[in-house]
Design a protein around this ligand. Structure first.
Ligand code: ADP
Ligand code: ADP
Length: 226
């Protein structure tokens, strides 16, 4: 099942074309690793996949509907996609309140056992009542991931989710992403500077350079090609 299909997408900032993609298809259950040097357009692509940003031209097919520079999906559809940023945006309230915040603003009923399970799996049980703005970087990123997964997004976009984290935190976060994807056949797009991370997690890898997709391949082919 095709989740995203991008056709002739471009994005230009003040006369500089930072993204220029002829075609990109992302299928259900894939973990697509986006690699490439700084400035290649990886974050811009994520913002387009998250509908934070309009394209300047081309079409984004998402879950069977077509969007372009003049149209974005409705809120209900946009909420099928969630993004975890490199620096988590947490509020000063408790860890628990931060995690359930998206459910509360959506006035969505939730299964508190599932919330507890995610909290537990991310090693946050002891931290539930602590203030979220006093956490270490690794703890904060785990809270951010819990908050993203709690409402069962169909698509998760991750922008350098583990940069600057220690190996123990990296492992917890990577395991959570892999398990979530396996449990729900969710679709994941992950920007990473870390080629080893792409090797560990991705099913497919794409190399971006100067706004273009230079290579996209199944993980094993990507890493064995000369
Ligand atoms: P990457 O994530 O691969 O490092 P980005 O998508 O962040 O690349 O950026 C691609 C290019 O677009 C860079 O040259 C960056 O400076 C430029 N860029 C990104 N966002 C903006 C913006 N809002 N305004 C102007 N230029 C931008
Ligand atoms: P309110 O909706 O009145 O603001 P809260 O936001 O305090 O209520 O809590 C929402 C729900 O989350 C309540 O059912 C509450 O019992 C539960 N809850 C709050 N904090 C925790 C926690 N640290 N551990 C488990 N459940 C919690």
């Amino acid at each position: 099942k095709v989740i995203y299909n991008l056709q002739n997408i471009s994005k230009t900032y003040s006369d500089k074309t930072v993204l220029d993609i002829d075609s990109l298809t992302i299928r259900k259950g894939e973990i697509l690793g986006l690699v490439g040097p700084s400035g290649a357009g990886k974050s811009t692509l994520l913002r387009i996949l998250n509908f934070i940003e309009h394209t300047d031209s081309g079409e984004v097919h998402f879950l069977g509907k077509v969007y372009n520079k003049d149209s974005l999906p409705d809120l209900h559809t946009r909420r099928k996609v969630t993004t975890v940023f490199q620096r988590p945006y947490l509020m000063t309230s408790s860890v628990y309140q931060n995690i359930i915040y998206p459910l509360k603003i959506r006035k969505q009923n939730y299964d508190s056992q599932r919330v507890e399970k995610i909290i537990n799996k991310l090693g946050l049980t002891q931290l539930k009542n602590q203030r979220a703005d006093k956490l270490s970087g690794g703890e904060a990123q785990r809270v951010s991931l819990a908050r993203a997964l709690i409402f069962n997004p169909e698509v998760i976009l991750l922008d350098e989710p583990t940069s600057n984290l220690d190996p123990a935190n990296v492992k917890i976060i990577e395991d959570m992403i892999a398990d979530y994807r396996n449990e729900f056949n969710a679709t994941v797009v992950m920007v990473t500077h870390n080629v080893f991370q792409a090797k560990r997690l991705a099913t497919k890898v794409s190399l971006l350079y100067k706004g273009k997709i230079v290579e996209i391949n199944d993980k094993d082919e990507f890493f064995t090609n000369p």
